[in-house]
Design a binder for this molecule. Structure first.
Ligand SMILES: [Zn+2]
Length: 460
């Protein structure tokens, strides 16, 4: 295990000269390993100011902020847009050590949470700027030059809004409080929403296909999942637990363990578009179809890479392709993976990382090419085929097609949305609305989300 971590030490070597943070790859309350991992973000040491804050984003911990940013009714029936920046009091900010790093803070402090929130989002941004091959802009840059990351403990969710990411907390059935500021998954997921808003566009300003919302959630999940696989301990932990047999046990599935919170759910699932032929209610459910397809593609490409690198035999790969259909294969196949993995664990890690990077580069390119007006699942599938043609000459066309079509993607479309979005909706809420520009031209159109909220509160 120790040699695995040293071998997979790609994070550290890439970001030498940056700033150190300590992050929990998984929520500490759920993670048996319990220790945060040191990562480097690209901001040069000394450039990250108290908050933490830098030229792209800043963290604050407001005192007395009672509600999330969004639209609220005034007494006179008009609408008040509560939005960043927060002007009120804040808790003391996390300060860097004398060398400019943030890995010295005590775990049980607000300062640690503040640094953790900043580090998680900054680390995710570095990862995705590499995949995009350029700087990622903010969709709200007309009004704000930096992202405000703020805590609202007690808010049972986390939201990416216009100019902000708000971070709540969650109480488990056991009574234990889970701070979302300590959840890399959730923070990285919210950052994923911001990527999509900027690259593809905001709903509410366009008429969009219902599958846009499922796509959006799925994209945010993929951002978090691929980012998670940049922790050495996540890569080695996944391989140590599965020995490369990713259909069996896997750490990626642990993504769903805080459950009941709608956002985190299983990437490995059996949901298809056929299940939504008559319509859908929650984009989180609809998103599982796309996330499941992308996850299966990733796993197939990983197994293909193992085969090409001579790390597993053809019959193992063949058998593993059929695992999903017959649980008995599991008993046959796991020992084969156990033997193969033991021979060359670092080869397995390299294959996992290269398949991860294939997915990261492919998704970034897909998202660059999609446009909001035409986006649906079939469009994502077609665009993936184009991108793979461009990247590999179509080497993975068969894998992409099989997994997409197995999910019904490119075969049928989801039915209509059956009820309006509710409070849990990430992609489409009052918080994401663009501020009306009161100075130049007054936009008379009430945002769709506000009309929707009014309609809901008027209905019995
Ligand atoms: Zn979301």
């Amino acid at each position: 295990m120790g040699n695995m971590i040293a071998m997979a030490g790609f994070v550290e070597t890439e970001h030498k000269g940056g700033t150190r943070f300590r992050l929990f790859p998984q929520l500490p309350t759920l993670d048996q390993q319990g220790e945060p991992e040191t990562v480097w973000v690209t901001s040069p040491a000394g450039s990250v100011m108290p908050g933490p804050s830098d030229h792209r984003m800043y963290v604050i911990d407001p005192v007395g902020k009672e509600r999330a940013y969004g639209y609220y009714p005034n007494r006179d029936g008009s609408t008040f847009h509560f939005r960043p920046p927060w002007q009120g009091e804040i808790l003391p900010a996390a300060h860097p050590d004398e060398d400019g790093h943030f890995d010295h803070l005590e775990f049980d402090t607000f300062e640690f949470q503040q640094a953790h929130a900043f580090g998680s989002i900054r680390f995710s941004m570095d990862i995705w700027e590499r995949y995009f091959g350029r700087r990622l802009e903010w969709h709200f840059d007309r009004h704000y030059d930096r992202l405000e990351i703020l805590f609202l403990r007690g808010l049972d969710n986390a939201f990416a809004g216009y100019g902000s990411i708000e971070i709540g907390s969650y109480t488990l059935k056991t009574g234990e409080m889970v701070e979302f500021g300590l959840s890399f998954d959730i923070l990285s997921h919210e950052f994923g929403h911001l990527i999509i808003y900027n690259e593809i566009g905001l709903p509410g300003t366009h008429d969009v296909n219902g599958e846009y919302f499922g796509f959006h959630e799925s994209a945010a999940d993929m951002v978090a999942l691929i980012s998670l696989m940049h922790f050495d301990s996540a890569v080695s932990g996944l391989l140590e637990a599965s020995h490369g047999n990713l259909y069996s046990y896997n750490r990626l599935n642990r993504f769903g363990e805080v459950s009941n919170f709608g956002q985190i759910r299983s990437a490995s699932n059996m949901v298809t578009l056929f299940d939504f032929a008559d319509g859908w209610v929650y984009e989180h459910d609809l998103s599982q179809v796309m996330t499941g397809a992308l996850f299966d593609i990733w796993v197939d490409i990983f197994h293909e890479t193992l085969l090409e690198d001579g790390l597993i035999a053809a019959e193992v790969e063949d058998l593993s392709d059929r695992l999903e259909e017959d649980p008995d294969y599991q008993q046959v196949i796991q020992p084969l993976f156990d033997v193969a993995y033991a021979r060359n664990p670092s080869g397995f890690a390299d294959a996992l990382i290269s398949s991860r990077d294939y997915m990261g580069f492919a998704l970034a390119d897909i998202w660059k090419r999609l446009s909001i007006e035409t986006l649906d699942y079939a469009d994502v599938f077609e665009t993936f085929m184009e991108v793979d043609q461009h990247m590999t000459g179509g080497r993975y066309h068969r894998i992409i097609r099989t997994n997409m079509e197995n999910r019904g993607i490119g075969v049928i479309s989801a039915g209509p949305r059956l009820s309006p979005p509710d409070e849990k909706s990430h992609a489409f809420s009052a918080r994401t609305s663009v501020p009306e520009d009161t100075e130049h031209h007054r936009c008379r159109r009430v945002p769709y989300s506000v009309r929707m909220a009014r309609a809901r509160s008027n209905s019995p």
